[in-house]
Design a binder for this molecule. Structure first.
Ligand SMILES: [Zn+2]
Ligand SMILES: [Zn+2]
Length: 88
């Protein structure tokens, strides 16, 4: 199985992951904003913050595609570590 990759300035060529913009903002600021992760059947990781996790599906969908951004797996793991989450 080949996952789509992204080239990261810090981590180089890595698999793509998808997270909400709040996790990215939190990672930049060093703030733990929650990290609710899952892994799709295609093997692609994604995660959302506490606030997004508390929304209903309709409210979350209303945020639109700009709420989710691609980051590299290395950055994803860094964000998980910041939130003291262990990925399985
Ligand atoms: Zn969020
Ligand atoms: Zn990275």
């Amino acid at each position: 199985m080949k996952l789509p990759s992204v080239t990261c300035g810090t981590h180089g060529k890595q698999p793509q992951t998808f997270v909400c913009v709040h996790i990215i903002d939190g990672a930049k600021a060093g703030d733990a904003k929650g990290f609710w992760w899952s892994r799709g059947e295609d093997g692609v990781w994604d995660a959302i913050c506490d606030d997004c996790n508390n929304l209903s599906q309709a409210e979350f969908d209303a945020l639109g595609p700009n709420n989710i951004k691609v980051i590299c797996l290395g950055c994803y793991e860094d964000a998980a570590a910041l939130n003291e989450i262990e990925l399985e």
